[in-house]
Design a protein around this ligand. Structure first.
Ligand code: FPP
Length: 251
């Protein structure tokens, strides 16, 4: 049993988990606490994202999935939605070349239908330009909701059944998973959520079945390499049994 009272080391002494996913929460509260507009919180959130991509690469993370805009975020005031769309545009325009030169491969998950054509183009351009890179994979969950992703998968699978290409009795969890947005990627080992909220909020519900969840109390704009290392250290304290009896720690 890991000793829960032992201090969390400041540097992760173990190999990084292969797939880390992050719910970047708390931009608005970070800004409110400083008397700043929410837009400033999001802007500083992008800076935290840059730091985190760099740190994840340095620590040897293989895949970093970020929840950058949820299917439900459309219900925010139009000005804030515009702001978030603007930040994504700027992030891709300003950072894509650097991501590419750092051998980062960008993938996008989420519903593409209904996105503004220029946003769609930028996302596709990012995927296309970096397609052959084999460093860190940055998976951007954009216009993403897990229930919507599962519904999309079921719809595709139903078409296969109707076309006679799939026997209804062959519908297993694995068969369904093949129709998810990124079926070739392994499930996240570690999901981190900032700002102290302890829920998944429609993020990777299918893929999170055996993920370790780590909730950190700081708001996203304050996230940095040290916090990532602490979350990884916490991950290594966990025993992963995947429903079996034998512990498979991340170490
Ligand atoms: C949560 O903070 C964050 C988001 C809704 C989106 C995350 C966006 C960024 C980090 C910046 C944009 C980056 C890209 C690439 C688009 P919140 O607004 O829910 O904070 P609150 O819960 O304190 O109000």
């Amino acid at each position: 049993m890991p000793d829960a009272k032992a201090p969390i080391p400041l540097t992760a002494r173990f190999a990084a988990p292969h797939h880390v996913a992050i719910i970047m929460d708390g931009n608005g509260r970070w800004a409110a606490a400083r008397g700043l507009p929410r837009s400033e919180g999001h802007r500083r959130g992008v800076e935290a994202l840059r730091r985190t991509v760099r740190a994840a690469g340095e620590l040897g993370v293989g895949i970093l999935t970020i929840f950058s805009f949820s299917s439900e975020n459309w219900s925010r005031p139009p000005a804030e939605v515009r702001d978030l769309m603007g930040l994504l545009r700027r992030f891709i325009r300003n950072d894509l070349a650097e991501l590419h030169s750092n051998n980062v491969r960008v993938r996008v998950i989420g519903e593409r239908e209904g996105l503004a054509p220029d946003i769609l183009r930028l996302l596709e351009e990012a995927e296309e330009l970096t397609r052959r890179n084999d460093g860190l994979m940055l998976v951007v969950a954009f216009n993403y909701g897990a229930r919507q992703e599962i519904a999309r998968a079921v719809r595709l699978l139903a078409h296969e059944v109707r076309a006679g290409r799939l026997d209804p009795d062959a519908v297993t969890a694995d068969a369904l998973a093949r129709f998810l947005d990124a079926p070739d990627l392994p499930d996240p080992d570690l999901i981190i959520r900032t700002s102290g909220e302890q829920r998944l909020s429609n993020f990777l519900l299918w893929q999170a079945a055996y993920s370790e969840l780590v909730f950190v109390p700081i708001h996203w704009p304050d996230f940095d390499r040290a916090v990532l290392e602490q979350a990884i250290a916490e991950y290594h304290r966990r025993e992963r049994r995947f429903g079996g009896l034998v512990a498979q720690t991340g170490s």
